[in-house]
Write a protein that binds this ligand. Structure first.
Ligand SMILES: NC(=O)c1ccc[n+]([C@@H]2O[C@H](COP(=O)([O-])OP(=O)(O)OC[C@H]3O[C@@H](n4cnc5c(N)ncnc54)[C@H](O)[C@@H]3O)[C@@H](O)[C@H]2O)c1
Length: 410
């Protein structure tokens, strides 16, 4: 818990993310001015933050005095003039470009020319927002993860015209708020929402290939990759609709790369309204204590040429401690190399440094290792050999590696 430092942040949008960011900033010692089109939202956000601060006192993570001081630092702003003293304004309203431009545009005149504008967008262009509000050099992305008070990662996104000093200052502020910032370029999905896609998509493809059921694929990835959750239980938790929409958005914006192509099976689930835990059915059915697989798989025998099995074996030898059947090893290797390849592409395209990609995936998605750390551990020749063998079998170009794969893994 930081001491009050006299700095003030304006937060526009008092929903899930805005309330979470208000809590983070106030515990970090900042004054918060909270604004929403619906002032009842501000009131309920402040009440919710108060309850969460009380829980932190019960858990002895804050003293009573610290919690009360943090709560007192959050006040409602009823109009843009009340944001006058803000060094930074973060918008966390609905994911709509024109709405975001309107709210940020409306507050520009109330603020000093040195104020910084941040957007918590997950999918829109930070550059476009900065340009359209007429403050391109002073606008950045500050992408928190949900729940913001719990998850340490914040992706700090530089728009094409953002001043380096503005980006550095926002990185510093995120650290003051006890967060772990990483830097990312203004590209679709930034780091996490892009590099995580193959974890889901390759699993859906393995299902479509009839090689294993959802429960088997989930088990294999948890057992061999030490992922906390499998892709199907995780997409059921996120919501199949939310996960599919992110995939579709990143895929379209990145030129419809075969690596990011949406899954027809997942799209069908969404069309049927089987969205996961929130509807009681998704990849699993949630009627009993133990979720049961909801998707019938037309099983096909696993047939693979010896040279592919050898490439898998060599990859697996270095990828982790667990050994299994040829099929289990193949499923884990296929998903992991797809994630590594996406991370290598992101690095090659200048989205972020290898270190920031690794940190983002460990903190943003709870991966046990960063994908490029994994690649380094396995070694470039084994990664390339597996990609070559998978590319020979695949009916598209998704296992094509960037030239930079070598540079990322050596
Ligand atoms: N929820 C997540 O998991 C998550 C994670 C990272 C980023 N984001 C992004 O954060 C943003 C907010 O998401 P959320 O989940 O908190 O949404 P939410 O629906 O919980 O909250 C949005 C809030 O914005 C308010 N609002 C809408 N239009 C407004 C306007 N014109 N002026 C002022 N307030 C307005 C609404 O009244 C509401 O209180 C979105 O851009 C979203 O993509 C969400």
């Amino acid at each position: 818990m930081s001491q009050a430092n006299g700095s003030t942040v304006g937060i526009i949008g008092a929903g899930t993310m805005g309330a979470g960011i208000a809590q983070v900033a106030s515990i970090g010692g900042w004054n918060v001015r909270l604004m929403d089109v619906d002032s009842a939202k501000c009131k309920s956000a402040i009440e919710e933050v108060g309850r969460r601060l009380n829980r932190l006192v019960e858990k002895e993570r804050l003293t009573r005095e610290q919690a009360d001081a943090a709560a007192d630092r959050i006040v409602i702003a009823h109009d843009p003039d009340q944001l006058e003293s803000c060094e930074l304004v973060i918008e966390a309203i609905i994911e709509d470009l024109s709405a975001k431009v309107k709210v940020l545009g409306d507050v520009t005149t109330a603020l000093s020319e040195h104020a910084i504008f941040a957007t918590n967008t997950s999918s829109l262009s930070v550059t476009a927002i900065g340009e359209q509000i007429g403050r391109p050099t002073r606008t950045v992305g500050m992408h928190f993860f949900n729940p913001a008070p719990v998850l340490p990662l914040v992706e700090i996104i530089a728009g094409r015209q953002s001043d380096a000093s503005v980006v550095d200052r926002v990185v510093e502020i995120a650290r003051q708020w006890n967060k772990s910032p990483v830097r990312a370029a203004d590209t679709p999905g930034f780091i996490v929402n892009r590099v995580a896609r193959p974890f889901y998509l390759e699993a859906w493809r393995i299902l479509a290939d009839g090689l294993a059921g959802v429960d088997e694929i989930d088990r294999i990835l948890k057992q061999f990759g030490e992922f906390r959750m499998g892709p199907f239980e995780l997409t059921d938790l996120i919501g199949q609709d939310v996960n599919a929409a992110t995939t579709a958005s990143v895929w379209k914006q990145l030129g419809q790369s075969p690596r990011l192509k949406p899954s027809p099976i997942q799209e069908q689930l969404v069309e049927e309204g089987n969205l996961g835990r929130k509807t009681g059915r998704g990849a699993y059915i949630y009627e009993q204590d133990e979720p049961a697989p909801a998707i019938e798989v037309e099983r096909r025998p696993f047939v693979a040429p010896d040279r592919l099995l050898e490439a898998v074996e060599q990859f697996i030898e270095k990828a982790g401690p667990n050994r299994g059947s040829d099929l289990e090893q193949y499923i884990f290797a296929r998903v992991l190399i797809a994630i590594i390849n996406e991370a290598a592409w992101a690095k090659a395209e200048g989205v972020a440094s290898a270190d920031d990609i690794n940190t983002a995936m460990k903190l943003g998605t709870n991966y046990p290792k960063g994908p490029l750390e994994w690649a380094r551990q396995i070694g470039h020749p084994r990664c390339t050999r597996l990609l070559d063998q998978l590319r020979e079998q695949a009916d598209d170009d998704r296992f094509v590696a960037p030239d930079m794969l070598a540079a990322s893994t050596t």
